[in-house]
Design a protein around this ligand. Structure first.
Ligand SMILES: Nc1nc(=O)c2c([nH]1)NC[C@@H]1CN(c3ccc(C(=O)N[C@@H](CCC(=O)O)C(=O)O)cc3)CN21
Ligand SMILES: CC(C)C(=O)C(=O)O
Ligand SMILES: [Mg+2]
Length: 276
């Protein structure tokens, strides 16, 4: 089966069919999610927090990202694979932005890239799209601006902020982005934006009026507790499952109950005889 693409996203919005997206950072998880039928896999720079243990996403490099994007691409058979551009990989010049976006396509095999911001990164988005690389926008809470925002806070609550968000969403549409992630934006504003543009909005903490939803997979599976944003729904509690399994394994190794005979390999008795 061919992978889902930019046109799939646009058709889904036109038909009113919701788009599903989850983050994935490694082969085995990406394979499970792809087999389960998720529409798109995002290698988020949130991997800096969930996979690498940083406090925010600012330390993540192109090399960190490429390593994980390559692993996810190997697993994806039907989902669209989107690589998140890390801090500083698209902020300097349009040329640098194209070359870095291009590495995700050429070296890693991603289908599209995502980057944060509106007016401030307009020329970079234009240049990447001119190079025929599909771009997913990202507005609202843009974690790479954490030091400007003074923390991970809901965005677009004031009239000025809300107007800016609406204008930026229209700008991204006009530049040719194939969708926009709306992160931590009031639900009614996100709905208004979704209705005002023809490209899909993918919400995270932005309510049910968006055209699709994205969450961080560790949050969905209940295996990362350094953060607990209000917008997360935990669909499984793997923290408990993983810790119970770990404790059971350790107990059985200590007691000698594991491994059992069925977990072992045999040697011919005649060979053994010669060794004695
Ligand atoms: N595991 C994980 N999940 C995420 O959703 C996520 C990451 N990591 N890393 C990158 C960013 C950071 N994100 C965050 C982190 C914290 C909040 C948070 O605590 N928000 C408050 C809202 C505060 C306010 O009222 O302004 C909340 O209560 O949800 C939100 C988004 C979303 N992203
Ligand atoms: C939460 C999503 C949208 C993201 O940007 C990430 O995982 O890095
Ligand atoms: Mg990100």
């Amino acid at each position: 089966m061919a992978t889902k693409s930019v046109s799939t996203f646009l058709e889904m919005k036109a038909k009113g069919e919701k788009i599903t997206m989850l983050t994935a950072y490694d082969y085995s998880m990406a394979k499970l999610l792809d087999d389960a039928g998720v529409d798109s896999l995002l290698i988020g720079d949130s991997l800096g927090m969930t996979m690498l243990g940083y406090e925010n996403t600012l330390s993540v490099t192109m090399e960190d990202m490429l390593h994980h994007v390559k692993a996810v691409v190997r697993a994806a058979k039907q989902a669209m694979v989107i690589a998140d551009m890390p801090f500083l990989s698209y902020h300097t010049t349009p040329e640098a932005a194209v070359l870095n976006a291009g590495r995700f396509i050429q070296e890693a095999g991603a289908h599209a890239v995502k980057l944060e911001g509106g007016f401030a990164v307009r020329d970079k988005i234009e240049a990447i799209i001119a190079a025929q690389i599909p771009v997913l926008g990202h507005l609202g809470l843009t974690p790479q601006s954490v030091n400007m925002m003074g923390g991970f806070k809901v965005q677009g609550k004031s009239e000025t902020q809300a107007r800016k968000l609406i204008e930026e969403a229209k700008l991204l549409e006009s530049l040719g982005c194939f969708g926009i992630v709306l992160e931590c934006v009031p639900a009614k504003l996100a709905k208004m934006i979704s209705e005002a543009i023809s490209i899909p909005t993918i919400g995270i903490g932005a309510g049910n009026g968006c055209d699709g939803q994205v969450l961080v997979i560790q949050d969905v599976l209940g295996m990362y507790d350094a953060l607990s944003p209000k917008f997360v729904k935990t669909y499984a509690n793997l923290k408990v499952a993983i810790q119970d399994a770990t404790k059971a394994y350790c107990e059985e190794v200590k007691s000698g109950a594991f491994p059992e005979e069925k977990h072992t390999f045999k040697i011919n008795e005649e060979v053994l005889e010669k060794l004695y």
